[in-house]
Design a protein around this ligand. Structure first.
Ligand code: G4P
Length: 530
């Protein structure tokens, strides 16, 4: 195997998803610690603390002490080159969070053991499900009182509709947390808290066959309970099936405590064993294999003003095939131009480094003079294919937006259109009157503040937002076959158009959607735009 193939095959690119506070950041920090990327378990995006002072891209980030943007981290572990796509860890996440999943080959789902599946996990999971990527579950915070283990698994199966296969099994929780039982190796790994900043505690491995030693070590009762649970589990849980895991139908589950760094490396090892190398990606010429083809990539995120001093715009792209070399020329298919990507860089948390080469599986950020759009394809100059587009995700919050100073209409429209083009917000117009009234839709309400802030700071336009009560949006799948003017909906329904002129329906209640479908036979609605 040549170096080229080897480089691609050792890459693993995944996203971490969780509900805020489940421990995603803590887990990421521990991963990095194993990779030696940072010396101490410091902070990757330490909340209101130190590193935020470094991030210069948006005041809001500093003011609120949260990370608005997703970052990419790369580290080496055990011969693997790992790319982690971090997603904003706040309730107010945006469409970027969803799009990040479009660039990942698998997802790690972090669940708080005392809470089980929560709202945001559910939403993100839906997107993973749509792509059929493998999902690996880490049930965190076992050092705190947890829900019953069987209930937790049941919760995942029922709430998310994915079968579970525990790779290991926890022994107690909270003050009574004794460790985990490795089902494959049939041994118990006893829990040992670590001193903060060190790699790991002195966990002891005891084979289940050495029952006496086990009883001495972790106590009579926990061992009895464990033996009982193992029996139950072996009889009840789904058979391990790697193919099903890779198709996203079965999630391997590990337990541990990211904070005390217990079970993290075990999880990482299992995860790396089971997850995939960079996957082929669908294009209009069929599947593009990462190894068989020369360089290609697609843009999944555009971020403006990462560096205010330069007013720059960075386009993030996922390399799908081949090798990227900073000196090469590439074709920007949608723009119809052959160009050299300027200042290709790897964005590591808050730091950036210029890179000279990268391989399929990697994420690079390039300076964007305003030519790229989300979903654009880049490939070799002699080629011209396009990757399948990234769907538009349904916004859940809507507001009518007006500029305060009516004289600034032009800047206002230009600003709002540009911000929409970057994919931070979606804009809609009234069904009949057009752009006179602009309605903004966002996935997370924080984007409203981002919009207001950016229009004021970058375009010098003050705006007023009037919240609208709609929560559900549907595109009309068969718009050519229905007469939208004549649609009879419910009283809470509003007709609008997106910027391409496609008709859409907004609803306050989800039951109104069903009602509207009932009243208009043949109407087909969809949650994802084109
Ligand atoms: P997030 O990125 O998913 O939002 O979660 P994050 O890692 O920031 O963790 C949220 C809180 O949960 C943090 O506490 C963190 O220390 C704690 N935590 C994470 N993993 C574990 C664990 O395994 N066990 C326990 N007991 N706690 C855990 P915080 O007080 O909100 O923040 P901080 O002040 O400690 O930074």
């Amino acid at each position: 195997m040549g170096k080229f193939t080897e480089e691609i095959n050792r890459r693993r690119t995944f996203a971490i998803i969780s509900h805020p506070d489940a421990g995603k950041t803590t887990l990421t920090e521990k991963f990095l610690l194993y990779g030696g990327a940072i010396n101490l378990a410091g902070s990757v995006k330490g909340k209101a603390t130190a590193r935020h002072a470094v991030s210069d891209w948006m005041e809001i980030e500093k003011e609120r002490g949260i990370s608005v943007t997703s970052s990419v981290l790369q580290f080496e572990y055990d011969g693997f080159c790992i790319n982690i796509l971090d997603t904003p860890g706040h309730q107010d996440f945006s469409e970027d969070t969803y799009r990040t999943l479009m660039a990942a080959d698998s997802a790690v789902m972090v669940i708080d053991a005392s809470k089980g599946v929560e709202a945001q996990t559910r939403k993100l999971f839906k997107v993973c499900g749509m792509r059929g990527i493998p999902i690996f579950t880490f049930i965190n915070k076992m050092d705190r009182d947890a829900k019953d283990t069987f209930d937790l698994l049941d919760d995942i199966e029922k709430e998310l509709g994915i079968a579970t296969c525990p790779v290991n099994w926890p022994i107690g929780s909270g003050k009574e947390f004794k460790g985990i039982y490795d089902r494959n190796e049939k041994c118990v790994i006893s829990y040992a808290d670590t001193e903060k900043g060190t790699k790991e505690g002195t966990a002891t491995r005891i084979p289940l066959s050495e029952e006496e030693r086990l009883r001495e070590m972790i106590g009579q009762e926990p061992v009895d309970k464990l033996l009982e649970e193992i029996e139950l589990l072996d009889g009840a849980s789904a058979e391990f099936d790697l193919e099903l895991v890779r198709a996203g139908g079965l999630t391997p589950v590990c337990f541990g405590s990211a904070l005390t760094n217990f079970g993290v490396e075990i999880f990482l090892k299992h995860f790396l064993e089971m997850t995939t190398t960079p996957l082929p990606r669908k294009a209009d010429i069929g599947l593009v294999d990462p190894v068989e083809n020369e360089f290609s990539a697609f843009v999944f995120k555009i971020q403006a003003n990462m560096n205010k001093a330069h007013r720059d715009r960075i386009a993030f792209m996922r390399i799908c095939s081949g090798k990227f070399d900073a000196s090469m020329e590439v074709r920007h298919v949608q723009g119809g131009k052959v160009l050299r990507l300027s200042q290709p860089q790897q964005i590591m948390a808050d730091e950036r480094k210029i890179l000279s080469e990268a391989y399929a599986g990697d994420i690079i950020g390039v300076f964007d003079p305003g030519i790229f759009s989300i979903g654009d394809t880049l490939c070799m100059p002699k080629e011209k294919f396009q990757y399948e587009g990234i769907p538009t995700f349904a916004p859940e919050h809507f507001a009518r937006v007006r500029q305060v100073d009516t004289m600034k209409r032009k800047q206002f429209v230009k600003g709002i259109e540009q911000i929409a083009q970057e994919g931070a917000i979606q804009i809609f117009q009234e069904f009949n009157t057009g752009l006179e009234e602009i309605i903004v839709g966002v996935v997370g309400v924080l984007q409203f503040d981002v919009l207001k802030y950016r229009l004021e700071n970058e375009y010098n336009v003050e705006i007023r937002l009037e919240n609208l009560p709609y929560e559900h949006i549907r595109w009309i799948e068969n718009q050519d076959e229905v007469n939208v003017e004549k649609l009879t909906g419910t009283s809470d329904m509003k007709k609008v158009r997106d910027m391409k002129g496609n008709p859409l329906l907004l609803f306050i209640n989800s039951w109104s959607i069903g009602m509207t479908l009932d009243r208009n036979k043949g109407l087909v609605l969809t949650e994802f735009g084109r």
